[in-house]
Design a binder for this molecule. Structure first.
Ligand code: F0G
Length: 352
């Protein structure tokens, strides 16, 4: 039986006899082949659906490790800034580990599902009238002044946990793909995957790949080469103007002969709808920056025909129900509670 990442990858993680073997059975997420989009783009396209993790995003991989190490060190409270997913994962694992969790979020800028999770897991939630970058600066400083453990991805244990996704991709494919496409926000995850692929190659000789990271156009600090003071994008998860792991993301790109580029909100939302309708895969908007990026780079010829590409779908579509409803033209048609009336209506649909 799958027991979660700390059990599964014990030998590759910083686990000692004293580390609590915390688990919500995270990891082991599906790698799904997208047949229609593969054919359309003339590549072999897979998605790593991280939205199937216990709190619905990849953050569980890093959080299980970071919270376990905080507990091992005797801490009783964790703190993070978040655009939503980190806070959901921190609150869940803190609850599991009998710890307190403090969350600082940008007021009005986190998706509804994520807020619902933090509330349910019992975190202390503070919404500041500022953005994620300002919230992160604040918690970094506060964690030095108070006896609480910072669990944003600047905590190296987060990166350790998150690198396991690269191990899984290699195990599922039987090799490293040619390209990994990944959304970039605070740039922790691209850092973690690159570390994971390198370590896996060192142990198993699977070969290396190219890392393609995608930022949202209104938050594309790395692409522009300057921090963005007021980042904007419909993909609130990656609405970040000064990524904490900026240099590490650039190193991953350079060492892997990869790319970091931007995609527009329009491209993100088109990809978001495309994979749901064509492939039955519902991921939150930020996740779909990876698909939007692949489509863009395939058109530009930067991704070659026949390449094996894995896109990381970082979060579950249900995290952000409001955007789904807003972008969709499909609205429920209200009918009387009368089988005949419903049947009449359906005849028209069935005949189409
Ligand atoms: N996709 C989703 C769904 C995210 O929630 C995030 C980051 C990213 C991509 C980007 O990952 O920061 O490692 O480059 N969310 C953070 C949060 C910032 O607070 O939940 P990254």
């Amino acid at each position: 039986m799958w027991k979660g990442l700390l059990h599964q990858y014990k030998d590759c993680l910083p686990i000692s006899d004293k580390t609590p073997m915390l688990s919500l059975h995270e990891g082991n997420t599906p790698l799904i082949y997208l047949s229609k989009l593969s054919e359309k783009l003339q590549i072999e396209l897979y998605v790593k659906t991280e939205g199937t993790n216990p709190t619905g995003s990849f953050k569980d991989r890093g959080m299980v490790m970071a919270v376990a190490k905080a507990k091992e060190a005797g801490s009783d409270t964790v703190i993070c800034a978040s655009t939503g997913n980190t806070s959901a994962a921190a609150a869940a694992y803190a609850a599991r580990a009998n710890m307190k969790c403090i969350i600082i979020i940008p007021d009005g800028k986190i998706a509804f599902g994520k807020l619902a999770q933090a509330v349910m897991y019992g975190a202390d939630i503070y919404a500041i009238q500022g953005n994620f970058d300002q919230a992160l600066t604040m918690v970094r400083s506060i964690s030095e002044k108070l006896p609480i453990t910072l669990v944003n991805s600047v905590n190296p244990y987060r990166i350790e946990g998150q690198k396991t996704a690269a191990f899984e991709v290699c195990e599922q494919l039987g090799k490293a793909p040619d390209i990994l496409a990944i959304p970039v926000g605070n740039a922790g995850n691209i850092t973690a995957y690159w570390k994971g692929f390198q370590e896996y190659n060192d142990h198993h000789g699977t070969g290396l790949l190219r890392m393609f990271g995608y930022q949202a156009e209104g938050s594309a600090a790395i692409v522009r080469g300057v921090p963005i003071e007021n980042p904007e994008t419909v993909a609130t998860a990656i609405r970040i103007g000064n990524p904490a792991s900026w240099e590490k993301a650039v190193a991953a790109k350079e060492q892997s002969n990869g790319k970091i580029d931007e995609v527009t909100d329009q491209e993100i939302l088109a990809a978001y709808q495309l994979i749901a309708r064509e492939e039955g895969v519902f991921a939150e908007p930020a996740s779909c920056a990876s698909i939007a990026g692949i489509i863009k780079h395939r058109k530009l010829g930067l991704i070659k025909e026949g390449a094996t590409v894995v896109a990381v779908l970082t979060g579950n579509g249900l995290k952000d129900p409001n955007i789904a409803i807003d972008v969709s033209e499909i609205k429920p048609l209200v009918l009387p509670n009368d089988e005949k009336a419903v049947l009449e209506q359906l005849k028209g649909v069935a005949a189409l």
